[in-house]
Write a new protein. Sequence first.
Length: 198
Amino acid sequence: MNLPKSYSEQEREYINKRLKEEAANCLAQYGVRRTTVDEIVKRVNIPKGTFYLFYKSKELLLFDAIEEQHNIITGELFQAISDIAVQELSAEKLTDVIFKFYKMTEKMPILKQLDLGEVELLMRKLPQEIVGEHLQDDTDMIEKMFSLLPVKKEVDIKVMSAIFHAIYYATLHKVEIGEEHYDAALRALIYGIVTQVI
C-alpha cells in the first residue's frame, strides 16, 4: 500500500484506527446501506482520496470494523472456555459460556443494526477470498477452542464451525423465531450441540 510520504507510520496507524472507530459508529447508527464514505471521512477529518489509500471500498472498512469487534469477543470466549476447561467441565457450564457469547454479540452496538439483509449485502460486496479467509479464521478459532475440551473422536470440527455460524444467523431472526421463547430456544440449541461434542 503506497501512502503519501507525508504520513508517518504513527499517523497511518491513527488514521486507520479512527476509520474503524467511525465505521463502527456509522454502522451502529445507520447500518450498511446508509453508511457512506463521505460521512466517514467527514467524521475522521481526512480527504476522500486518503480514504481510498487505506481501503478500496466502504464494505472492506465496515467488514474490518466488524471483524475487530468479533475478534475481541471470540478472544473473551476462548478465555472463558480455557477457564472452565481446567475446572470441572460439564455440558451445562459450556452451554452457559457459549450462550453468554451469543448474547454479548447481540448487544454489540455495531451488530445490533445488522439484519440478515444487511449481512448478505455486505458479504455480497466483499471479495470472495476475504469472506473465505474470515470463515477459515472462525473454523481455526473453533478448532482451537475445542482442542481445550474432551471432544468425542467422531466430531467433525468443520461441521461444528458451520453449526455455530448457523446459530449466529438464527440470532438475526429473533423476531421471527419469537422473542418470548428465543433465549430458551437458543440455549436448548447450544446444549444439544454441546452434548454431541463432549
